[in-house]
Unconditional design. Structure first.
Length: 358
């Protein structure tokens, strides 16, 4: 029996896939995300699996891979394309290579076009394939940066993916509309970029006129992924058990607004905005203490080092810097609230607009 789990990272709209042989409990993980590595490790443990290897479909530009962190957490090997240019992998994969997990295996198909090192993983019985950013659901990956080549992508999709059986399920690395899976037959018929009778030149014209902005994380993600997700400091963060936190590649813990709102035992909340913002239209979280970012170093002594502390601002940017400052000052249980008061409001949590004497 095959165990298959599709996991999601909302920040980058990335799908991560856990596959395992249920009989012998050996597993592989495709396209892990750094910030979700602890979630993935927890699932592996809860299912009683041994993670043999993490596999990336390509060098991602919109998130940092969790390969290095999972290797340190679970001892899994790292597998990437030999054409990716990445350093630090345990196995460099080429077309036709096979990755075994128990009695099951994945076969590598080189599918360049989005990047030189894009590969698709095909399950042994050809019932499923994991296409990365080459073929998406009713779309394709972009070809306008990072060695992108629309001609190569057209051939990759038409000759290496859509030649699989009609009923073969296709699982992409991303979807921005909440779609989860497609099939060879569907994409061959309905894909607006290269399905049906669309020719190569039609596809090239389509791709030349997408007009998409570069991924926001490209400057961080690509260099990090060329090191298989290893941070510059090369240290695995200690676990934090006082709240459901996520550790970011930037080296800090973050907590989502809904998770903070649901905590029974509230941590200290320090708002690092200016006074007019604290009392302004967005208001503030009930019980929060105002310490503007510019004053934080001088006033850090007002914060209890023995209790967890959550830093808050308008969008999560200034509070991220505040979290770093407190970490440097020796606070071991400090976390940034993701998205700040904007996200707090968007999720429908209450805020106080009552003026406070500062």
């Amino acid at each position: 029996m095959l165990i298959l789990r599709q996991l999601f990272d909302p920040a980058s709209s990335t799908y991560t896939y856990l596959l395992a042989d249920a009989a012998v409990r050996e597993a592989v993980l495709i396209d892990p995300v750094f910030e979700q590595a602890r979630r993935d490790a927890a699932l592996v443990r809860e299912l009683g699996l041994r993670l043999e290897m993490t596999l990336d479909t390509h060098v991602h530009a919109d998130h940092v891979t969790g390969a290095w962190l999972l290797k340190n957490l679970l001892g899994s090997a790292i597998g990437v394309s030999g054409a990716s240019g990445a350093q630090g992998a345990d196995r460099y994969l080429g077309d036709g290579d096979r990755i075994a997990f128990g009695s099951r295996q994945l076969t590598v198909r080189a599918t360049p076009g989005h990047t030189n090192g894009c590969i698709t993983y095909v399950l042994d019985d050809r019932s499923a394939a994991f296409t990365g950013d080459c073929l998406l659901i009713r779309g394709t990956g972009r070809t306008d940066f990072q060695q992108g080549d629309a001609h190569a992508m057209f051939r990759s999709v038409r000759e290496r993916i859509l030649t699989l059986p009609d009923e073969c399920l296709l699982y992409p690395a991303h979807d921005y509309r909440g779609l989860t899976v497609t099939s060879v037959a569907e994409e061959r018929r309905y894909n607006p970029r290269l399905g049906g009778d669309i020719g190569e030149e039609d596809f090239i014209g389509y791709m030349k006129n997408l007009g998409l902005p570069h991924p926001k994380q490209i400057a961080v993600a690509v260099p990090a992924n060329l090191q298989c997700g290893k941070p510059e400091h090369g240290k695995v963060p200690e676990d934090a058990n006082w709240a459901p936190l996520t550790f970011t590649f930037a080296g800090m813990w973050e907590i989502a607004p809904h998770a903070l709102a649901e905590l029974n035992e509230k941590p200290q909340i320090v708002d690092v905005r200016e006074p007019d913002e604290f009392d302004g239209p967005l208001g503030h979280i009930e019980g929060a203490r105002l310490i503007p970012l510019a004053e934080l170093n001088a006033r850090a002594g007002e914060i209890d080092r023995e209790r967890p502390v959550v830093l808050v601002c308008r969008s999560g940017a200034r509070s991220a810097q505040a979290t770093v400052l407190l970490q440097r000052a020796g606070f071991t249980r400090a976390a940034n609230m993701t998205g700040g008061m904007l996200r707090w409001h968007a999720e429908g949590h209450p805020a106080s607009t009552t003026a406070v004497v500062h």
